[in-house]
Ligand binder design. Structure first.
Ligand code: MN
Length: 265
């Protein structure tokens, strides 16, 4: 983990055609927020709260699962071209992880400039840029659109990581390219990024998360029993996760591996 950030999925770049897009059918979540940020293309979000929201580059979709939510991420049906983005998950703290689900769309986010970079605050505060997105623990997520080398201010008491989406960065004398997460730890008050080609990266940071989590499939919990219960609810389609109005088929959960290892019953 990096603060409460517990998952990063760099999507694409991929071609969206008449017949294919992101196409992630309805599936459940517990104990987390999904933070969706695109740098190219469009995605349609639908969830069990009844939300239906197209997201485009520069905008943020943020879904808070609380104790249970389900959603689908689909092609819009109209968009053709490249799709690229990142979906990040944030673990919810004890105080809100059993709470009600919620969804936010932010069509505009605060943007500022550093020497060498345009910075967008996705979640949390970056200097005087304050994102309107909900966050339940101290953290930051910021898009760095880099056209030259940059020095990024950090808080020594927080831990940080960098995910490169396009281009490549030099960081502590090492090269960081797409497909890897550069973990920076704590104790830095700034970060120097050496940039030789236009690059796009996401900075993740936060106060180290104090509650040990158990994460399996789409579930963030504190123990296996909570995950067993969520799995059973999805597998039996009881009413815990609600219904998503989607044309895509439900994504089935595989039984947690610790159930498999108990052998035949
Ligand atoms: Mn999801």
């Amino acid at each position: 983990m990096v603060g409460a950030w517990c998952f990063a999925d760099h999507m694409g770049p991929a071609d969206v055609t008449e017949n294919s897009g992101l196409d992630v059918g309805p599936h459940p979540h517990i104990g987390l927020q999904t933070v969706t940020w695109l740098i190219d293309g469009q995605v349609l979000h639908r969830d069990s709260l009844g939300s239906e929201q197209v997201i485009k580059p520069g905008q943020l979709n943020l879904m808070t699962s609380g104790g249970a939510v389900s959603h689908a991420e689909e092609a819009t049906g109209q968009y053709r071209g490249t799709l690229e983005g990142i979906q990040l998950w944030v673990a919810l703290p004890e105080g809100t992880r059993h709470g009600t689900a919620a969804f936010e769309h932010h069509a505009e986010l605060p943007q500022g400039e550093l020497e060498g970079a345009v910075v967008t605050a996705l979640v949390g505060d970056f200097g005087n840029l304050v994102s309107p997105a909900r966050h339940d623990t101290p953290l930051v997520g910021a898009d760095l659109n880099l056209h030259g080398s940059a020095t990024v201010p950090l808080r020594p008491e927080w831990e940080y990581a960098v995910v490169v989406m396009e281009g490549a960065l030099g960081l502590d004398g090492q090269s960081l390219a797409p497909g890897k997460l550069g973990y920076l730890g704590q104790g830095r008050d700034e970060l120097r990024l050496d940039v030789r080609e236009p690059s796009r990266a996401v900075l993740l940071g936060g106060k180290p998360f104090e509650e040990p989590i158990v994460m399996w499939w789409n579930f963030v919990a504190r123990d296996r029993a909570e995950i067993d219960a969520a799995y059973a609810s999805w597998a039996t389609q009881d009413d815990r996760f609600g219904k998503v109005r989607s044309t895509l088929p439900l994504i089935p959960a595989k039984a947690p591996y610790w159930q498999e290892s108990q052998g035949p019953r």
